[in-house]
Design a protein around this ligand. Sequence first.
Ligand code: PSU
Ligand code: MN
Length: 313
Amino acid sequence: MHHPYLDLHPEVADALARHRPVVALESTIISHGMPYPQNVATALQVEAEVRAHGAVPATIAIMDGRLKAGLSAAQIETLGKTGRAVAKVSRRDIPFIVAAGATGATTVAATMVIAAMAGIRVFATGGIGGVHRGAQQSFDVSADLQELAQTPVAVVCAGAKSILDLGLTLEYLETHGVPVVGYRTPWLPAFFTRDSAFKVDYQLDSAHAIAQVLHAKWAMQLKGGVVVANPIPEAFAMPRTVIDVAVEQALQEADEQGIGGKESTPFLLERVCALTGGDSLAANIQLVLNNARLGAAIATEYLAIEMAQPVSR
Ligand code: PSU
Ligand code: MN
């Protein structure tokens, strides 16, 4: 799909033109979600994993004012090495970064916007933003949730981190008509752990079953996306108590330092990572790879259904 502000990487353009599966990947996780150099290594490994499972990766970012679907390894290196000095771009920020000719790492929300522009329907990442704890006072609700309410992209994630209020996040998604699917689980995974105290709306056990729901939703022109929650592989899951202690401390530090707005999530991610040491980083990397594999499978199944019964746009 041609758009004057958007550059498709040749490999992505070719895949879309030939109706081959494409999986979108975000870049805030690279610049703001993991330390260098593991962030770059992980981003490249995730792309390789998508390829190994039969789809083409399209890592999304804004480079020098251009929206990009598909990056070179050098561009991924730049985003990872520059780290938090790269602008964190959510929906509201996109036109400012473009107008300034600047470079930005896209959140789940902004990645969905650009993926939809490119005609990409499936996106894999680590965790989505959500309703923050204490949102009753702070009003801190990630723009990711509102994006899921309006933009037709399926987001494969490992649930949401317990830095968030998972119950309120589910309530918000329900209000806005966004379904949460558990892949082979009835529980909402909480990123580092395979389950939480909350149930998902629907459990589906195959990529094909998920693709059928996506196709039905969009064929009926029901707007918005779907959250596909894929639990972290058992071998890499972390003890809940370890995570809980780190999250509590990170939240307290954020409160003491008056961290708010768009700084809140990157601050909490960094503190939880630092407080739990290398274990949580290793877990984080593995769950993203796991989501890349499921994303590739869903994109493949979706395309097969879409080829037989095109969604009228
Ligand atoms: N959760 C994670 N890792 C991440 C993010 C969230 O476990 O890297 C990033 C994603 O890019 C997500 C963004 O879209 O944080 C949400 O930021 P905010 O809460 O400011 O909307
Ligand atoms: Mn926020």
